[in-house]
Design a protein around this ligand. Structure first.
Ligand code: PEP
Ligand code: MG
Length: 875
């Protein structure tokens, strides 16, 4: 017969702390504490397996479960010397849920079970405390009716409030036995009215119904939602814990509380918690009476406090982690009702892990694993003060983390002008384009109505470490009127909004932000992480400033320097347009000569910051039409400024127009058709490298060709790069160790990676485009419907955020394998947005990439995630 029930009591438990899967977190904790000799009321746990079988079996108990429960109940009666349902000296129990991982408040609990019209009298007599007995009974009726019978909690609250009002008192503790008797009568009447039958008096029936209710609560809506958010499988089930009641409501020498062994928000090593005198557990959470800080317990019950201190220290040492405990004091005697590892903020996680290592409680590996990469973002950006209350206007995609407050502006130009005057602004656009860079940089945050997680706004914002909410379809922008509308509310230029790029929330008005800092302890933990990780961590950065930020965060080089923004800045754009508009190669070369010195300057700046580290520079990628003005108004403006006739400009815009620019004349296709553009860039890179080297800078340029689909494209361009490099090095009399490689961002490149690798010294997986082209899903339009796909579970997560491992991942893995089959020493990395996503980093580790590259502010996340990947694989 399968064992479904595990007993604990008298200092011995059938289960143990390692049996969380079977007994749930709470059951395993109770068993472990019992075995440790910590005072725990006796009881038994019905396994999660029983719950799963209950569901598989059309909500019938599996064979033998109920009989085992009755046997355990008998043992429990013997242990405490009371009988369940005995009118003279009744045993009361609590019935509580407990899944493998804690799901606070998501499932159901019933306390004081076993009371009825007869047993309540017995309880009054043996306790010699009628008030306590009827207080317990009214609590039981309310909780049982709410949880098991489905009668709304508020209806009972109103009765209780009325009785208090009639008596002219504020707190439950001011009511006496007679009052509670009255409450019990009114409660029972309410139940009969609601149910059409009396409150169940048979204690066995009560027990069965409560067990069913706990099993059923696994599938209540809030539990389902919680599981979805926290990625907890639906088929784990919950255990049921049936524990002898101990009473915190027996008078002023009794009470109940919850506490953390360290401060869960700062991580400080201090006992932290709250308690209530003469109360039961639910009073602490219900918020009717304000609990006292735990320090007060020391004054009021010094003996109990001393004991509690011993217990919590023992638990922390035993579990080697911060614990979240629940306790009850019954007539001066302490009982522990729960222990589990406590939830904590990122800041606390760092401090606790660091301190525990220094205290010798845990080793370095454990300390590194205690800080979750997903949490680390919190430490690097301003956040909304967790104490703030606010109303959410609309929700978009959480495109770049952190929070920002500012006045709304609708053009990049305005953003710059207002910022210049010292205003904090939020730039609100339908979608940003490369021309908006200046305004984006000047703004505190960016909000867009369209576009996905790899839209221009999202990518650029993350690169800048700037807060961004993208694809917020609920806002309707009217650029003319300089306002946007959400649900009938109009927000005008100059109105304050707050955006939360970590959740996608858009909030009306100013919300208080707090500035987290990169503490010394965090820096230390990252250094430990570096000892364990196998993946390199580089950054995606296009400017010396971003490169410096990334290097300070520990980046080991640049994995992607996009060069297109270098074409936009200042008056370079004029020369770029001249280049695009000229009809001859000669004309284009002339214009390119004007751009070259600027490009060279940019590269010199970056090489200097990255002294000693590799810098991967990608040659121009976007289609040329992106550099031309589009609206009539802009065309007119450019025409005036440049002297180029407006109709010529317009005709060129028309000529370059594409139906699918993402699949159009971009990437290396430009290099093939206009070789002079790429040539200019290679001259600029190599000249910059030679000049830096002459100054003593250790330069390691890696020239990267984008959007290669066929090895012949790369063959042609590599030949050009090598030719120019040779020429430049000879003219400077300097030798540079440079590499030529390619991005793998088209399925064909991955499929033929063995051929491509003949010409590539490195591969960098451009998983933004690779996702777009593999899924046939536009990275700029998907924001409109992809969230629904994720909600429906078609994709577990936005595939532009977290790598679609079973689909796109296959191409990456194949690309690495095939590439290395031709060139074993091939360097491989990833530079799509996935390079900063912990799950995707795990995947990159697993398939043996050499490095990941991500935006500067995600470098610490990547260092930590890479260490976790290595350590978890080891275990
Ligand atoms: C990519 O496609 O993954 C990539 C890094 O390049 P971009 O985002 O610039 O297209
Ligand atoms: Mg790309």
């Amino acid at each position: 017969m399968k064992k479904y029930v595990y007993f604990f009591g008298n200092g011995k438990a059938e289960g143990s702390g390692s049996m969380k899967e079977l007994l749930g977190g709470k059951g395993a904790g109770l068993a472990e504490m019992t075995n440790l000799g910590i005072p725990v009321p006796p009881g038994f746990t019905i396994t999660t397996e029983a719950c799963i079988e209950y569901y598989n079996n059309n909500k019938q108990y599996p064979e033998g479960m109920w009989e085992q429960a009755l046997e355990a109940l008998k043992r429990l009666e013997e242990t405490v010397g009371k009988k369940f349902g005995d009118p003279k000296n009744p045993l009361l129990v609590s019935v509580r849920s407990g899944a493998r991982v804690s799901m606070p408040g998501m499932m159901d609990t019933v306390l004081n079970l076993g009371l009825n019209d007869e047993t309540v009298k017995g309880l009054a007599e043996v306790s010699n405390n009628e008030r306590f007995a009827y207080d317990s009974y009214r609590r039981f009726i309310q909780m049982f009716s709410d949880v098991v019978l489905g009668i709304e909690h508020g209806k009972f609250e109103r009765i209780l409030d009325k009785v208090k009002e009639e008596k002219g008192v504020k707190y439950d503790t001011d009511l006496d036995a007679e009052d509670f008797k009255k409450v019990v009568d009114l409660y029972k009447k309410l139940v009969e009215q609601e149910l059409g039958k009396p409150f169940p008096q048979d204690t066995m029936e009560q027990l069965k119904l409560a067990i069913n209710a706990v099993f059923d609560s696994w599938n209540n809506q809030r539990a389902i939602t919680y599981r979805k958010i926290n990625k907890i499988p639906d088929n784990w089930g919950t255990a049921v814990n049936i524990v002898a009641m101990v009473f915190g409501n027996m008078g002023n020498d009794s009470g109940t509380g919850v506490a953390f062994t360290r401060n869960p928000s700062t991580g400080e090593k201090e006992f932290f918690g709250e308690f209530l005198i003469n109360a039961q557990g639910e009073d602490v959470v219900a918020g009717i009476r304000t609990p006292e800080p735990i320090a007060k317990l020391k004054e009021e019950m010094p003996e109990v406090f001393k004991q509690l201190e011993e217990v919590y220290k023992k638990l922390e040492t035993h579990y080697k982690d911060m614990q979240d405990i629940e306790f009850t004091v019954e007539k001066g005697k302490l009982y522990l009702l729960q222990t589990r590892s406590g939830k904590r903020t990122a800041r606390a996680a760092v401090k606790i892990a660091y301190d525990m290592y220094k205290e010798g409680l845990i080793d370095k590996k454990t300390a590194v694993l205690r800080v979750k990469p997903e949490q680390v973002d919190q430490l690097l950006h301003p956040m909304i003060d967790p104490n703030e209350k606010y109303e959410v206007l609309a929700k978009g995609l959480p495109a770049s983390p952190g929070a920002a407050v500012g006045k709304v502006v609708f053009t990049a130009e305005d953003a710059e002008i207002w910022a210049e005057k010292g205003e904090d602004v939020i730039l609100v656009r339908n979608e940003t384009s490369p021309e908006d860079i200046g305004g984006m940089n000047a703004a505190k945050g960016i909000l867009t109505a369209t576009g996905g997680m790899t839209s221009h706004a999202a990518v650029v914002a993350r690169g800048m470490g700037k807060t961004c909410v993208a694809g917020c379809g609920a806002i309707k922008i009217d650029e003319e009127k300089k306002q946007f509308e959400v649900d009938g509310k109009v927000i005008k230029e100059g109105d304050y909004i707050t955006i939360n790029g970590s959740t996608g929330e858009v909030i009306l008005g100013k919300v208080k932000l707090i500035m987290p800092e990169l503490s010394g302890e965090f820096a230390e933990i990252l250094k430990w992480a570096d000892e364990f990780r196998k993946l390199g961590v580089r950054t995606n950065a296009d400017t010396p400033k971003d490169s410096q930020v990334a290097r300070d965060f520990g980046a080991e080089g640049i994995g992607l320097c996009r060069t297109e923004h270098m074409f936009f800045e200042g008056d370079r754009i004029d020369a770029v347009r001249e280049m695009i508009l000229s009809d001859t190669e000669e004309g284009r070369r002339k214009a390119l000569e004007k751009i070259k010195p600027y490009q060279k300057e940019d590269f010199i700046g970056i090489f200097k910051v990255m002294d000693g580290l590799p810098v991967t520079i990608r040659l121009l990628d976007p289609p040329l039409h992106e550099f031309l003005p589009h609206t009539d108004e802009d065309i007119e403006k450019v025409s005036k400024a440049s002297g180029i006739p407006a109709d010529k400009l317009k005709a060129k815009v028309e000529e370059l127009k594409e139906f699918n620019p993402m699949l159009g004349h971009r990437g290396c296709r430009l290099g093939i058709t206009y070789p002079e553009v790429y040539e200019m860039q290679v001259y600029a890179i190599m000249e910059a490298a030679c000049e830096c080297k002459k100054e003593g800078v250790d330069v390691k340029p890696e020239i990267m060709i984008p959007l290669v689909g066929h090895y012949k494209e790369l063959a042609i361009l590599k030949e050009m790069v090598d030719r120019v490099a040779k020429e430049v090095m000879e003219s400077y009399g300097v030798n540079i160790d440079y590499l030529v490689g390619t991005m793998i961002e088209l399925p064909r490149a991955a499929l033929t990676a063995d051929e491509v690798a003949q010409y590539a010294e490195f591969f960098s997986f451009g998983t933004n485009d690779l996702t777009q082209t593999t899924l046939g899903l536009s990275r700029d339009d998907s924001g409109k419907f992809l969230p629904l796909y994720v909600e429906k579970g078609i994709y577990k997560e936005d595939p532009f955020v977290s790598l679609d491992q079973s689909g796109v991942g296959q191409l990456v893995e194949m690309g690495v394998k095939k590439g290395r089959s031709t060139r074993p020493e091939l360097k491989t990395g990833i530079c799509g947005e996935h390079g900063g996503d912990p799950d995707s980093i795990f995947f990159c580790h697993k398939i043996g990439l050499n490095y990941v590259s991500c935006s500067p502010y995600r470098v610490p996340v990547a260092r930590l995630a890479a260490a976790h990947a290595a350590l978890l694989e080891e275990n």
